[in-house]
Write a protein that binds this ligand. Structure first.
Ligand code: NA7
Length: 531
């Protein structure tokens, strides 16, 4: 097979990869998108577990790069479910004729930078490619975490992971089902599975905060209003710390009185979903304010869940928001059903998986289906699971073993002409992902164009700028309560991972910074470095 030569190879055909293809191709570059799955969608292809949906309103969890697209597309619900998001991505793909440049069923095995030629050599499951630039659009939550439970291979029933759910319909009717983990994926799927299953056993290590989504059909008046001023509405994304429009807050919880706080929290609980944390400006900055919101949320659990012991077990003990806040449709209510049992793994640790179920706390739970909802090696896993080698054969996995360092979440020293979309050190998972990834796609495309126009062959970050940047990322986090618990934001969910806070908190200052870097001819990056 002859070696294919391209300007840009994009890895991943999710939201980021699709827009990159459109943008770079429109600028005249030869581009191929390499996709492991047999279809597009990335996160929204793999996470098709029951109840999967976005928890940012769809009117803003969608592309804004094309006015006709955002006018033409109609979302049926406030928060869209996974099938509708996938349908939208397929529509975008056909609308911009992207499919012909996506190579499905093709896994990137390795990517090596050839220093003599200043090219990336990409080895895939289908052949080899040579490219000037490589853009990793591999997603932040796309490397599933499968804990090493003793006996996992012995299980003979239906084994599922929420992060790689089968494409065929899974029906739990009449089944006994076990689900391990109580993060966002589990919290979304439990109410749906509980309605089907004969019995559902929920194995919980850490109780989580979850806010009701109050999802429903799209309000036509709201849709018309937003569409009448879409560009202006989108601007609000860039003004809010988390990239979410309509969340301008100034009041402090500690300055309000008890009645005022109660009313405000209640309003946000009933209407805002993730925006519950936007009730006051100090909730993520001040432990005392945070505890006010946390205790309100805990009281709600006790109001909803009838069995007091179960309610206590479901009441989170940590700072609200420092683990990814969840949004649900009937999560706590599901524990009022006779066919749902909560098992506390702190008092009943999992001993092993057996051929017919699992042993926890001396008891064997016999189940037809075992679901792992145990999350992801977030933000870095999708990159370190590929054999990526930069200058002098240095592997990215080795370079990041004591912590992932990146300049702006876009470039990595020793890895020239390789960009990451929403990489570590950028707001990414602590922001509305779609505008954040669009910002990166545009920044990367403009950078590659600028290099072409200015005769630059190689761009590279340096150790010094990325040290400085990641120090800032952590200093900003130190001003907040985000580091006060174990979470996948700081690598705590993966044993062998460095425990370092990875997302940059604050969409507006971040946007300003990367815009300024670009305006100053990519300040901080070096060009055409010789060996
Ligand atoms: P999360 O949020 O990482 O949740 C994983 C859950 O699995 C969490 O409750 C973990 O408990 C639990 N877990 C992980 N490993 C184990 C082991 N070994 N034993 C028991 N329990 C375990 O992943 P999700 O997929 O739910 O959410 C990711 C989503 O967040 C993403 O899709 C976005 O929608 C937002 P822990 O808290 O670590 O004690």
């Amino acid at each position: 097979m002859s070696l294919r030569k391209l300007d840009v190879v994009v890895v991943g055909a999710g939201f980021s990869g699709l827009y990159l293809l459109h943008k770079l191709r429109s600028s005249g570059f030869s581009v191929a998108v390499i996709e492991k799955a047999d279809q597009l969608g990335g996160t929204w292809h793999w996470n098709r577990y029951p109840g999967a949906r976005c928890d940012i309103p769809s009117l803003q969890y969608s592309y804004q790069f094309d006015e006709d697209l955002q006018q033409d597309w109609n979302w049926s619900e406030k928060y869209s479910a996974q099938p509708e998001i996938l349908e939208y991505l397929n529509h975008v793909t056909d609308r911009f004729d992207l499919r012909k440049d996506i190579e499905f069923n093709t896994e990137v095995i390795s990517a090596r930078f050839n220093e003599e030629k200043s090219l990336w050599e990409i080895k895939t499951s289908q052949g080899e490619l040579e490219t000037k630039f490589c853009v990793m659009a591999t997603g932040c939550l796309s490397a599933p975490n499968t804990p090493d439970f003793k006996g996992l291979d012995d299980y003979e029933g239906q084994f599922l992971h929420t992060g790689k759910w089968p494409q065929t319909q899974v029906d739990f009717t009449g089944e006994s089902v076990a689900i391990i983990g109580t993060g966002s994926s589990s919290i979304q799927s439990i109410p749906v599975i509980a309605e089907q299953a004969k019995h559902l056993y929920v194995f919980q290590r850490t109780a989580n905060y979850s806010i009701p989504s109050n999802n429903g059909p799209m309000d036509p008046a709201e849709e018309t209003e937003v569409k009448s001023r879409y560009p202006e509405f989108r601007k609000e994304n860039w003004e809010n710390g988390f990239g979410i429009a309509g969340m301008a807050i100034e009041e402090m919880a500690v300055e309000d009185d008890e009645q005022g706080r109660k009313e405000k929290f209640n309003h946000h609980w009933e209407n805002e979903g993730l925006g519950f944390l936007g009730a006051y400006a100090d909730l993520m900055l001040d432990k005392e304010a945070n505890e006010m919101a946390a205790s309100f949320a805990r009281d709600k659990v006790k109001e909803i869940v009838k069995d007091t012991e179960v309610a206590e077990l479901l009441s989170p003990k940590f700072t609200i928001g420092c683990k990814r806040l969840c949004v649900d449709s009937g999560y706590f209510e599901a524990f009022n059903r006779d066919n749902v049992t909560l098992i506390d793994l702190n008092t009943n640790p999992i001993d092993c998986i057996t051929s017919k179920g699992l042993m926890a706390g001396q008891e064997e739970y016999l189940v037809d289906s075992l679901i792992l909802a145990t999350g992801f090696d977030a933000m870095t896993g999708a990159l370190t699971r590929i054999d990526i080698r930069g200058r002098k054969g240095i592997s990215l996995k080795d370079q990041w073993k004591d912590g992932a360092k990146s300049y702006l979440g876009l470039g990595i020293s020793n890895f020239p002409n390789l960009f990451t979309v929403t990489g570590p050190g950028s707001p990414s998972v602590l922001s509305n992902m779609v505008p954040s990834l669009e910002l990166h796609v545009e920044w990367i495309s403009q950078c590659i164009e600028w290099m072409r126009d200015n005769n630059k062959k190689v761009i590279e970050s340096t150790k010094a700028v990325e040290e400085e940047w990641m120090t800032l990322v952590n200093e900003v986090a130190d001003l907040t309560v985000y580091k006060s618990c174990n979470s996948w934001y700081n690598g705590s969910n993966i044993d062998e991972k460095a425990k370092e806070f990875l997302p940059f908190i604050g969409v507006p200052p971040y946007t300003e910074k990367i815009t300024e870097v670009a305006e100053q001819n990519y300040q901080g990056f070096v060009f055409d470095k010789t060996n």
